[in-house]
Design a protein around this ligand. Structure first.
Ligand code: XIL
Length: 328
C-alpha cells in the first residue's frame, strides 16, 4: 500500500487533482482520488457553457454530482471558473439584435451567473477562479482583448470580483493564468493585481496554472514567479500542474522514453521542493488530472500520446510519484 499524497504533504499544502465526472463511476479511479487528494477541481462542469448554456437556463446536473463527491469525501473544492473567454456561450456577449452587448447588459448577465452559481455551492466551494487567463503580454496594458474586454475594458475584472465577493463573502477569490513564470506575463499580472488592490477589489490569491514541459521553464523561473506575488500579500495556488513530455507540437512518441520518465521525476521532485520552501504562501497544489489516461494533453494542442501526470493510465504510481514523496 503506497503512501497517500495528502498525508505526505499534510504539513505543507492541500494536494488536489482535476477530475471529470466519468471518473466517479469507476471505483479504482474514485478510490485513488479519495486516497491521495484532499482538494479537487471539476475540469469542466463548473464552466459557463456547462452551468448556464442558455440565458437564465441553469443546468446543475453534472456540477451537483462533482460537488457532492467532494462533500461526501471531506475534500476541499476549487471552483473553476466564472469569467473566461473560452467555454463561455456566445449569447453572453450579444444582444437580441445580434450586436455586441452593452456594458450594462454584460454586467447584468455576469452578476446573475456569478450569483446563481456561487450561492448554490456556498460553503462547499472554498476557492474560486473568478477570472481565468485575462493577461496578454502582446497588449500594451497587458490585458487580453476578449469580448469581455472589448465590451467593458479592464473594469469587467473588478466587477467579477465584486459580484463574487457579494455572492459568497467566505470564498477565497483567485485570479488564474498560465505561463505565469514568464517574466513579462508575471509582471503584467502583478501590475493588474496592484491596480485592483489599489481600488479595493477583493482578491485573495493568484493561481499559477503551471502547464509546463520537460524542457521549459526553468525551476528558477517558477520559484521567482511564486516569490514575486508574496509582496502583494496574496495566497498562491498551483492550480493545473502537468509536465508535458514534449518540446514542440510536432513531436510524437509511441511510448514514454525511459530516460524522460526519470527526467520528469526529477522535475516533479524539484517543483514540490520549491512549493514546500514556499508553503507560507503556497496553500494548494493541484495536478490537472490524476493519471495519464485522463490528461487534456492527449488532445491539446494536438492529438498524441502524453504522460504528464503522477500516475500512469493503469493508475500505477510513476517515478514522478515516488520522487515527490522522496522514495526514489
Ligand atoms: C481544459 C479541460 O481539461 C479540457 O477537458 C477541455 O476540453 C478544455 O479545457 N486552462 C484552463 C482549463 O484553465 O480550464 C483547461 O481545461 C486547461 C487549460
Amino acid at each position: 500500500d503506497i503512501p497517500s499524497l495528502q498525508d505526505v504533504f499534510a504539513d505543507d499544502f492541500l494536494v488536489g487533482t482535476a477530475f471529470s465526472n466519468s471518473e466517479l463511476y469507476k471505483d479504482p479511479d474514485k478510490e485513488l482520488m479519495i486516497k491521495h487528494f484532499n482538494s479537487v477541481t471539476p475540469g469542466n462542469v463548473l464552466k459557463w457553457d456547462s452551468t448556464e448554456p442558455e440565458e437564465g437556463v441553469f443546468d446543475f446536473v453534472e456540477s451537483d454530482k462533482a460537488v457532492q463527491f467532494a462533500v461526501d469525501n471531506g475534500m476541499q473544492l476549487r471552483g473553476h471558473t466564472l469569467v473566461w473567454h473560452n467555454q463561455t456561450p456566445n449569447w453572453v456577449f450579444y444582444d437580441d439584435n445580434g450586436n455586441l452587448a452593452s456594458k450594462e447588459l454584460l454586467y447584468q448577465r455576469m452578476k446573475t451567473h456569478i450569483d446563481t452559481v456561487m450561492k448554490r455551492y456556498k460553503g462547499k466551494i472554498y476557492a474560486w477562479d473568478v477570472v481565468n487567463e485575462v493577461i496578454d503580454t502582446s497588449q500594451s496594458d497587458g490585458l487580453r482583448r476578449s469580448l469581455w474586454y472589448q465590451i467593458a475594458g479592464e473594469e469587467y475584472i473588478e466587477k467579477a470580483f465584486e459580484y463574487a465577493h457579494e455572492a459568497d463573502p467566505d470564498a477565497k477569490l483567485f485570479i488564474n493564468d498560465y505561463n505565469t513564470h514568464e517574466s513579462a506575463k508575471s509582471q503584467a499580472l502583478y501590475n493588474l493585481i496592484q491596480r485592483l488592490q489599489a481600488k479595493g477589489v477583493p482578491i485573495d490569491g493568484v493561481g499559477h496554472q503551471t502547464h509546463i514541459s520537460l524542457y521549459y521553464p526553468t525551476m528558477t523561473e517558477i520559484e521567482n514567479s511564486i516569490i514575486k506575488f508574496k509582496q502583494l500579500g496574496l495566497e498562491t495556488h498551483i492550480t493545473e500542474l502537468d509536465i508535458s513530455v514534449y518540446q514542440n507540437d510536432s513531436q510524437k512518441y509511441d511510448t514514454f522514453p525511459e530516460d524522460l520518465k526519470q527526467k520528469q521525476a526529477t522535475l516533479y521532485k524539484q517543483l514540490f521542493d520549491i512549493f514546500k520552501r514556499h508553503k507560507d504562501t503556497v496553500t494548494n497544489v493541484t495536478v490537472w488530472g490524476k493519471d495519464d489516461g485522463n490528461t487534456w494533453l492527449r488532445t491539446f494542442p494536438v492529438t498524441r500520446n502524453n504522460w504528464p501526470l503522477l500516475f500512469d493510465e493503469n493508475l500505477q504510481s510513476k517515478p514522478a510519484y515516488w520522487a515527490i514523496i522522496d522514495q526514489p
